[in-house]
Design a protein around this ligand. Structure first.
Ligand code: NAD
Length: 358
């Protein structure tokens, strides 16, 4: 089914309110989730609501938790997310880092123990809006590992994403590279399973460590493994990035890496280490914009091959957002799960239908 973004936002807001969030938190989290759907990342959109309701029920997610500042030393800021909605505590921690960067020109901000922070690109977008460059390293703990190391059959770490964000130039849009270090994040296998689709080669291994095209292997016990990005059986570069993000995000934040001594309750906890840079403290702004514009023109000025035309990091999301401005597609399995999660917390299907009808 297709749903108008404003209506989907209202259903999401209500569901989150019924699940215990105050109005401001419901607003922030629903904006993030529907924003992910608009960007084409359904894996990080409203389809997560059933998981969040489950996490609240289990005590793994604490609604209405604020990011707690635990270290404040000039350009160094550390936050504890207290297992609150990652979308809310990470946004709050980013606002503090951006504010500090106006004074210091450079900030290293860590956030530990946030429940799932969702689409990391949204924090890069906060930085772009402030005119700053940002780099975000993330690891994923609190549940069994999902991604096999290069050369291994079984999962040993998370989908550990990275995001690099930079404001645009006079002619160029902002640059937003935002990606998992596995070929697919887990959510994309859930979306494929819900749509009854098979996966391309090079995405998952089955529970025996053999290549598979079945997305449901990721949701069985024992489960399969996602492959690190960069090759047919996964790549050493994706593996290497994910490995060091365990240390940068899990180690430096104090939240912990996915090694088996770190508690695994079954939820999703993210740790994030973020670097925010004020580019104007390093180089002349017009010069940097000129460099970006020239680089963009040069990159795009090549004939397309079979994967072409050449696009910029962040461009597919902008194109999808424009195409989804009026209608966001939600597959029936995902929608049924959202309705069931709503009913669990007191949002009736009659109320949802009334919102959808306006
Ligand atoms: P993806 O593979 O769809 O895109 C990755 C990046 O490549 C994006 O920056 C995109 O703009 C760019 N891109 C895509 N096609 C392109 C092309 N043709 N030319 C140039 N650039 C192109 O992203 P993904 O790896 O599937 O990740 C999806 C989302 O999942 C991200 O928002 C990520 O933050 C999120 N994620 C979150 C977690 C978490 O624990 N919170 C874990 C993993 C992933």
């Amino acid at each position: 089914m297709d749903i108008a973004p404003a209506r989907l936002l209202e259903v999401t807001r209500r569901l989150l309110r019924y699940a215990g969030s105050h109005a401001d938190e419901a607003e922030v989290v629903s904006d993030h989730l529907v924003g992910a759907n608009l960007a084409g990342h359904d894996s990080h959109g409203v389809g997560l609501l059933p998981f969040y309701v489950r996490s609240i029920g289990k005590g793994w997610l604490e609604p209405n938790t604020r990011a707690k500042l635990v270290r404040d030393e000039g350009a160094l800021l550390s936050f504890d997310g207290g297992y609150g909605y990652g979308q809310a505590v990470a946004r709050e921690a980013m606002l503090a880092a951006l504010e500090r960067c106006r004074d210091t020109g450079l900030v290293l901000m860590t956030l530990r123990d946030a429940h799932h922070i969702g689409r990391v690109g949204s924090y890069g977008e906060q930085s772009i809006a402030a005119g700053f460059v940002s780099i975000h390293f993330v690891n994923v703990i609190d549940h069994d590992p999902l991604v096999a190391p290069y050369g291994g059959r079984y999962a040993r770490y998370g989908t550990n994403p990275i995001c690099v964000a930079m404001p645009g130039g006079a002619e160029s849009p902002p640059i937003l590279l935002d990606m998992a270090t596995s070929t697919y994040p887990l959510g994309k296998t859930r979306v494929a399973m819900n749509k009854g689709e098979t996966l391309p080669d090079g995405i998952v291994l089955d529970p025996d460590g053999e290549p598979s095209n079945d997305p449901s292997v990721m949701f069985k016990q024992p489960g399969g493994a996602l492959l690190p990005l960069g090759g047919e059986l996964g790549g050493h570069k994706g593996y290497g990035l994910a490995f060091v993000f365990e240390l940068l995000a899990g180690g430096l934040s104090g939240g912990g890496t996915i090694q088996p001594g770190t508690p695994r309750r079954g939820g999703i906890v993210n740790n994030m280490t973020t670097i925010v840079i004020d580019p104007a403290r390093l180089v002349e702004q017009p010069w940097l914009e000129h460099e970006l514009d020239a680089l963009v023109r040069y990159s795009l000025d090549t004939p397309a091959n079979a994967h072409g035309p050449v696009k910029l990091p962040g461009e597919p999301e902008r194109t999808t957002a424009a195409a989804r401005r009026d209608r966001i597609p939600i597959d029936p399995t995902t929608w049924s799960a959202i309705l069931a999660a709503g009913e669990q917390v007191g949002l009736t299907q009659t109320e949802v239908a009334a919102v959808l009808e306006g």
